[in-house]
Design a protein around this ligand. Structure first.
Ligand code: SF4
Length: 441
């Protein structure tokens, strides 16, 4: 059984309220942290090996150490709660059931970074959660954990919740900052990076909800103890939101030492594939990471078990990068049609493109149209190569990662399931009435 750090108290009735959270030891990490220097806390975070839980997996301590500190210029912490990646809903769970864990993490992080005014930018569709967060902020303030001169330390901190307007692109940190400033959420060209010029051109750290919540147990048990959990550079615990054709969709906390097979089939987690069907593929880290066929998902190319951690999921057989991503684990059974699935994602990215860069604006729409044609049985064999060519020309040629996120699923689908694309083209009539999955498994 995986060790629980973030969700250990999630089952306790009333844990979302200050009184209950406090009874369970809440805010003791904040009390401990406020007796330390910001440098000591930063060192604990570095030692912990915590990697950003939003998708990129960049070391949090290192990110914090990049924050510029010009004399007399305010600095900000912004929590990225714009959780819009299809298949990802772990931050929603944390905010809904453990809002004080986030607030406590923000207090410690704000103190470390020197942010007297910090923000939570939350996706517009999470319409009921801002009220929960604002209530928790008021409770923390009433108890002296926010506001002026917190616990007599002289440190002031206010937290504000800002609702987004429902654009996926505002999860990209610079688009988020634009939106927070009241402008259209268009990603900025980098450099300068937010650590130097972020919110209102002030040094800013943007971190994911889960990353900031993880600061609480790091201070609680120390960075060194946190680093002992997990394996290699995948330290601590990770929240995974599991969905798709599984028996037990939900949010799970894992310690990154379990295998993918165990995660999918054990009763503690996904409980196996629904209706006893066979596993066809999985997207292990939210829709922006490539789809992985079952044979490569359960075992590495060397035949070793595949583990649920940053290194193992990045190792061989995949299109690119780490596949832990945002922790959105989407499982597809034998009946699912990869062309249909890829088309749905292409439509999503086309719809969410902000339109600033030509490869993304035009390429995502072009890919969607071709995929739609193939899925309807109206495609030609050369369309597959055309698709391949378009995604190659998008990847790496855009201002923000949405372009890559749109290209990778198409690349991976063609790389691993080309026969399925060909089947749709060779069988136009069957293509309209059934899918390759049903016909071939
Ligand atoms: Fe906008 Fe797409 Fe360019 Fe990102 S890659 S800036 S979403 S057009």
């Amino acid at each position: 059984m995986s060790k629980k750090l973030l969700l250990k108290d999630a089952h306790i009735e009333g844990i979302r309220y200050f009184e209950t959270y406090r009874k369970q030891g809440g805010y003791t990490a904040a009390e401990k942290a406020l007796k330390m220097t910001p440098e000591e806390i930063l060192e604990e975070v570095k030692v912990s090996g915590l990697r950003g839980r939003g998708g990129a997996g960049f070391p949090t301590g290192m990110k914090w150490s990049f924050l510029a500190k010009p004399e007399g210029v305010p600095r900000h912490l912004v929590v990225n709660a714009d959780e819009s990646e299809p298949g990802t809903f772990k931050d929603r769970y944390l905010m809904e059931f453990l809002p004080h864990l986030l607030i406590e993490g923000m207090l410690i992080s704000s103190y470390t970074l020197g942010s007297n005014v910090s923000y939570i930018y939350i996706r517009g569709e999470y319409s009921w959660i801002p009220d929960i967060l604002e209530e928790a902020i008021e409770e923390a303030k009433a108890a002296g954990f926010l506001g002026k001169n917190i616990l007599g330390t002289g440190f002031d901190c206010e937290i504000y919740v800002q609702r987004g307007g429902g654009a996926y692109i505002c999860g990209e940190e610079t688009a988020l900052l634009e939106s927070l400033e009241g402008k259209r959420g268009n990603p900025r060209l980098k450099p300068p990076f937010p650590a130097v010029k972020g919110l209102w051109e002030r040094p800013t750290v943007v971190n994911n909800v889960e990353s900031i919540a993880a600061i609480v147990p790091i201070i609680d048990i120390t960075g060194a103890e946190y680093a002992k959990i997990g394996v290699g550079r995948s330290t601590g615990t990770k929240l995974i939101s599991a969905c798709g054709n599984i028996n037990k969709p939900g949010v799970y906390e894992i310690d990154m030492t379990i295998t993918v097979e165990e995660f999918i089939y054990s009763e503690e987690y996904c409980g196996g594939i629904k209706d006893g069907k066979r596993l066809k593929a999985c997207i292990p880290g939210g829709s922006s990471v490539p789809i992985v066929p079952a044979n490569l998902l359960l075992k590495t190319v060397n035949g070793e078990p595949r583990y649920m951690n940053y290194e193992s999921l990045a190792d061989g057989g995949f299109a690119t990068g780490t596949m832990m991503g945002s922790g959105g684990f989407i499982v597809l059974d034998e009946d699912q049609c990869i062309v249909d699935h890829t088309m749905t994602l292409a439509r999503f990215y086309n719809h969410e493109s902000c339109g600033q860069c030509t490869p993304c604006r035009e390429g995502t729409g072009w890919m969607y149209k071709i995929l739609k044609k193939i899925e309807k049985g109206e495609g030609k064999m050369e369309d597959i190569d055309l698709l391949w060519d378009i995604q190659r020309k998008i990847e790496g040629n855009t201002i923000c990662p949405l372009g890559d996120a749109a290209a990778w699923p198409v690349a991976a689908a063609i790389r691993h399931f080309r026969d399925e694309f060909e089947w749709h083209i060779k069988n136009p009539e069957l293509s309209q009435t059934q899918n390759y999955g049903l016909a071939h498994y």
